[in-house]
Design a protein around this ligand. Structure first.
Ligand code: MTE
Ligand code: MO
Length: 319
């Protein structure tokens, strides 16, 4: 893990109000650049101002839970995207090789309306929304992201699954000219394509989201451009990036991390502070940019929305 660590004497961003930040920043501007060394909070405020231009037109999330957003800088500088590298801080500088022009998504398998679509088709068919979600990686870091995209359910309704479609399988692009790790043959870190899956009822849940943007602009490549899944009650590895294929299938798909290490990673991967990873506790998490850890919530805080999907299932067995 490569966490942004602050020294203990620095103030956490959670402890300062926006007004304090504003005033600190004003006095600091008067003082000039020398005081740049001063405060982590000021650095964070300046980072926050480095926002993309809002280019998308979407229905805003009211943020009823008052989640505190991570900065654009934080969200786009610490990434897991093994097709590039396992070095989380290096992804952003490598991601330019991903070719997203003329991107197509093939939807096939057990559906009435199989289709091959691009982002323009999605835009015409579906309603663009903002979703401010917590995001919790299985490694113990987390963030809050304002995604832009479409509910997965709205797309599923358009393709009309057949009654024997029980699961959905997602695939990431395979292209060794886009992804350096796919050019390493037997020395590659993972078996590609990266694959993920959801049960149909999980996919139909209103939280399941296909993101095409964040902070109001199209997704940066390191975050899975041009389209990635977001399932906020599950560990981050379920949120598969740069999707080229969505297949409706009868059997539970073998997802990449389960295939890689079935003792440590399962199909469901629901965030659960009571079920430890075999090598570390899942009770706490460190929010990107924060010094202190906070408690991890059951289903990452989305228990009300998703707990009923798992009635009668032993969550230790179906991990
Ligand atoms: N294709 C692909 N998708 C992926 C990954 C990956 O390596 N390849 N990493 C996963 C993991 S482990 C996490 S935590 C999230 C990270 O998303 P972020 O970089 O946008 O934070 O992407 C997930 N999706
Ligand atoms: Mo992750």
């Amino acid at each position: 893990m490569n966490i942004i660590r602050k020294k203990s004497w620095e103030i956490s961003q959670n402890e300062v109000t926006p007004k304090e930040l504003f005033e600190k920043r004003r006095s600091f501007i008067k003082l000039g650049a020398a005081s740049l060394v001063a405060s982590g909070a000021i650095m964070e405020l300046l980072a926050q101002e480095n926002l993309p231009k809002i280019t998308l037109d979407f229905i805003k999330d009211e943020n009823k839970n008052n989640l505190k957003l991570n900065t654009f800088e934080q969200i786009t500088s610490h990434n897991n995207f093994y097709e590039f590298t396992t070095n989380q801080s290096a992804v952003k500088d490598m991601a330019h090789t991903l070719k997203t022009d003329n991107w197509k998504i093939k939807i096939d398998g057990l559906v009435e309306n199989p289709m091959e679509i691009d982002l323009d088709d999605l835009k015409k068919m579906l309603m663009l929304e903002e979703r401010i979600y917590r995001f919790r990686c299985v490694e113990g870091w987390s963030m809050v992201v304002p995604w832009n995209g479409y509910t997965l359910s709205s797309l599923i309704k358009k393709v009309k699954p057949l009654s024997n479609a029980k699961y959905i399988r997602f695939e990431t692009l395979v292209d060794s000219s886009s992804f350096p790790d796919q050019d390493r043959g037997v020395f590659a870190t993972l078996d590609y394509p990266y694959v993920e899956g959801l049960r149909i009822d999980e996919a139909m849940n209103d939280l399941s989201f296909l993101a095409i943007g964040l902070y109001g602009d199209l997704l940066p490549k390191q975050n899975g451009a041009p389209i990635r899944l977001v399932t906020p009650w599950k560990y981050g590895f379920k949120s598969i990036k740069s999707i080229v294929k969505i297949s409706f299938v009868e059997k539970e798909p073998l997802n990449t991390w389960q295939k890689q290490n079935p003792k440590e990673y399962g199909f469901y991967a629901n965030v659960n502070p009571n079920v430890d990873h075999p090598r570390w506790s899942q009770k706490k998490e460190r929010v990107l940019g924060s010094f202190l850890k906070q408690n991890t919530l059951m289903f990452n805080g989305y228990e009300k929305e998703v707990a009923s999907l798992y009635n009668g299932m032993d969550l230790r067995k179906y991990f």
